[in-house]
Design a protein around this ligand. Structure first.
Ligand SMILES: Cc1cc2nc3c(=O)[nH]c(=O)nc-3n(C[C@H](O)[C@H](O)[C@H](O)COP(=O)(O)OP(=O)(O)OC[C@H]3O[C@@H](n4cnc5c(N)ncnc54)[C@H](O)[C@@H]3O)c2cc1C
Length: 273
């Protein structure tokens, strides 16, 4: 293990075991993956923590593989690799689509799926996808391993259920039921834009819908899904969606625009389906 001493301290473990031991000894160590969110914090003069644990060299955390029906994506997999991975494109095309639309190419080369989840932004583009896919977050610490459904892992506005000494090791995604997978993000431009609204859906006999940027946390829209599953009209589904979300006005958009866009995306996904 190499440690660089300066104003900021970086611990670079050579293995996952070393990383977990270092975290157990010092839970204040803050994990770093691609550092795309961390640099934004640093530039804003709001960097949390002085001591960091660099996960980037741990290639065992970057694997993308199938274990039977389960797709497993290591937390350190970048969006560039996720967008290209044959397994992801075949099994979960809506995640490959979301990965292609995150930031621009430079960001995709560094930004990781684990970092996007841990950052827990209401606008994080991967989160509605993982909610529709009913993914589980695999957490590891020196104490062992546990799994949490993605919806329970995101516990509040920019908050997660990550415990002291834990890192996100992987994301596990079961096979999705039959249906067309849809993803759409609406931002100010095609690239380098934080979502004003982001929606993922499974359009099939068991409809699933999740949406980001319209509430403090990304949401699975269970009541809207129930209306669609029962053969309700698109007007009824639009109404159910309105009752489930709580968009706000902020520097990126207005509550009224977000509501209208979310309703229009829902309708475009499910029209005729
Ligand atoms: C210009 C720009 C454009 C962007 N565009 C988008 C976009 O379009 N869509 C979008 O969703 N996001 C976007 N982002 C945000 C960011 O790139 C993503 O959230 C990214 O996935 C974060 O991953 P990272 O590896 O860089 O995380 P880091 O910056 O390394 O870490 C982020 C947070 O997660 C924690 N963390 C990281 N990995 C782990 C782990 N394995 N276990 C536990 N904690 C961990 C860190 O401690 C930190 O709190 C953008 C950022 C920038 C700067």
């Amino acid at each position: 293990m190499r440690t660089a001493a300066s104003d900021l301290e970086l611990v670079r473990p050579d293995s996952l075991e070393e990383a977990l031991c270092a975290l157990a000894a010092d839970p204040a160590l803050r994990p770093i993956a691609g550092a795309t969110d961390l640099f934004v914090e640093a530039n804003a003069g709001a960097l949390r923590g002085r001591r960091f644990l660099d996960l980037w060299p741990l290639r065992e955390l970057a694997r993308i593989e199938a274990n039977g029906d389960m797709l497993s994506i290591g937390a350190l997999a970048t969006f560039a690799r996720i967008a290209r991975a044959e397994l992801v494109r075949a099994r979960l095309p809506l995640l490959a689509e979301a990965a292609r639309q995150i930031g621009g190419l430079q960001i995709q080369n560094r930004a990781t799926l684990g970092g996007n989840i841990a950052n827990a932004s209401p606008a994080a583009d991967s989160l509605p996808v993982l909610m529709v896919a009913e993914a589980a977050v695999v957490l590891q610490s020196a104490r062992g391993e546990r799994r949490l459904p993605i919806a329970s892992f995101i516990s509040g506005y920019r908050q997660t259920a990550l415990a002291d000494g834990e890192i996100i090791a992987a994301i596990e995604i079961p096979l999705l039921p039959e249906g067309a997978q849809r993803f759409r993000k609406v931002g100010a431009r095609a690239a380098q834009a934080i979502s004003k609204v982001v929606m993922a859906a499974l359009v099939g006999p068991v409809p699933r819908v999740a949406v980001g940027s319209v509430a403090p946390v990304p949401l699975r829209l269970r009541r809207t899904e129930a209306v669609l599953a029962a053969g309700g009209s698109l007007a009824e589904a639009r109404q159910a969606l309105q009752e489930e979300i709580s968009p706000i006005d902020d520097l990126r958009s207005t509550a009224a625009y977000r509501l209208r866009v979310a309703q229009n995306l829902l309708e475009s996904f499910f029209a005729g389906g």
